[in-house]
Design a protein. Structure first.
Length: 116
């Protein structure tokens, strides 16, 4: 029991000693970041791209591809399959595929500008 109290006292002592330094470091970082902000360009306009369309296409395509793959991995011929495991694996595949496909599609779509 004595060791637990000692460890708690050490953690409390470290927290009490280091808290002012952490607050000072946070203020210094905020000042440094404020000084490094870029000046806005007066004629800068956001570039239109196909990122939204790419995210939708990539999300749907990735969801379908991963659903088929995870169904294939969770439903094996000759094994004792149950619908809970097969449906659960397929849903996990849909989620992972849709999320990763949407991110990849948005990235690839952002590389192609829309014509003005």
């Amino acid at each position: 029991m004595m060791k637990i109290r000692f460890v708690g006292a050490v953690w409390f002592g470290l927290a009490a000693a280091l808290a002012p330094a952490a607050r000072a470091q946070t203020r210094a970082n905020a000042v440094a970041l404020a000084a490094l902000q870029a000046a806005p360009q007066p004629n800068a306009a956001p570039r239109r791209s196909w990122s939204g369309t790419g995210a939708i296409v990539g999300g749907v395509g990735g969801g379908v591809a991963f659903a088929v793959a995870f169904y294939h991995f969770t439903h094996r011929t000759g094994a004792s399959n149950n619908s809970t495991g097969t449906v659960g694996g397929t849903l996990v595949g849909i989620g992972l595929g849709a999320a990763s496909g949407a991110l990849l599609g948005a990235f690839v779509g952002s590389l192609f500008p829309k014509d003005p």
